[in-house]
Structure formats: structure tokens, C-alpha cells
Ligand binder design. Sequence first.
Ligand SMILES: [Fe+2]
Ligand SMILES: [Fe+2]
Length: 247
Amino acid sequence: MLFNNNHNYDDAVQVAPGIYWVGFYDKDAIFSCNPYLIIDEDEAILIDGGSLGHFPFVARKVFSIIEPQKIKALILHHMDPDLCAAMPLFQNIIGRKDLQVISHHRAALLISYYSQEKINFYYPEENGNIYKFSSGRTLRFIPAHYLHTPGTINTYDEKTKTLFSSDLFAAFTPKWELYADDSYFEKMKGFHENYMPSKEIMSRYLAKVKGLELDMICPQHGSVIFKNLINPSIEALEKFEYGKYLE
Ligand SMILES: [Fe+2]
Ligand SMILES: [Fe+2]
């Protein structure tokens, strides 16, 4: 059920029609990791699939919803192990030679070190920053360079007006809930001020985000942000200080 935090999190949770949270709630972790699955008719894409430790939980949830061979692409928004390390295991279990890994070429350079297999990369920047399902449904890629790595991208699903924002709009949530509430802005503050380098870089990114029609933001850590909290979340990111490790 949408907007309801009363889940046991043992199963995938549908957060919008055809979009599933397929993460693992690690109660001992300071932050949660949130892989998502988009299903469009007979095709699916796994977003930021996760770490080695979380793989058994994530894989069980994903493959309880869809057969492995229906996954045609993995999106990796940047090169960190918390979202990339399970990639070779997914490559293996999906078993498609034509499986695509969607990432910016700057991130792909390092992502290739996770796998013993050749990776069939799809570079958004060489494809008009879009990806189309066979149905014509379009994903758009939003550059978010240096937030927090060069080569970071976000994904925008035109159909559901969802932004998959990777480490942006993320939060430290020792007591985690799937859906954000009013207390979420304060939780985002510590994460952003420590991870993100500068206000100038953040402003460029936020200018792009403000140009999107948004119903939902799905970050890789923290909680899913729904409509009424989206604008306040953007305003919060405008106000934070960045580059705290310089102090
Ligand atoms: Fe990261
Ligand atoms: Fe992350």
C-alpha cells in the first residue's frame, strides 16, 4: 500500500505502479541502501542493485517479482560499492549476453573493475541522455557530476514522474522508514553536508531538478519522498552548507 510505513520489509514494496523498492533493511546500519526495480510490460530495469552482503535479500525480492531474463539493463548511478558490488552476481544470474549496464563513461571506467566478465555499457551521454523501453516509455538521465563523484547521474522516469536520485536527497537514518516525513530534512543535512562538495555544484544540479515535474524522489539511502515534501526537500538542499571535511 502506498504511503504506509507499516511494512515488515521482508518483501518488495511497490512505491508507484510498476516501481518496487527491493532493498534490505539492515537494522544495524547507519544508513539504508535502496535498490529499485522498474517493470514495464515484459521488461525490467534494476536500479543501484546494491552490495555483496545485501545481494541474497535483494535478489530474492527482485526474482520473486520477475524472471531474471526479463531484466534488460542495470542502472548504476555512480561507482560506489554500496550500489555496484553485486553487479557481477546479477550479470551471472540474469545470464543475458545483451544485458546492458547504464552508467556515465566516467563511472564505467571504475565499474568495470567489479566484474570478471565483459560489461555491455550503455552511456547516456552518447544516447541523448535517454533510454527507451520497447513500449516507448522513456527514462531521462540527469547529470549530477561531483555529487559526490564525477560521472554521477540520476534517472527520471517520465511515466511516473519519479526521480531516482542516487546519493542526492539521501539521509542518515539509523531508525529507517521507507517513506519520508517532516523529520527527513534534518536527516538529509548530515549526509549532504559531509558528502557533497560545494554549494555551487549543488545549485547547478538543483536547477535541473527544478525543471522536472516530480511526483516522487527515490534516493539510494534514506526514504522515498512524495509530492508534498518534494519542494521543501529541494529548499533544504539549497540551504545546507557543503564540503564539511574541509574544516
Ligand atoms: Fe556514493
Ligand atoms: Fe550511496
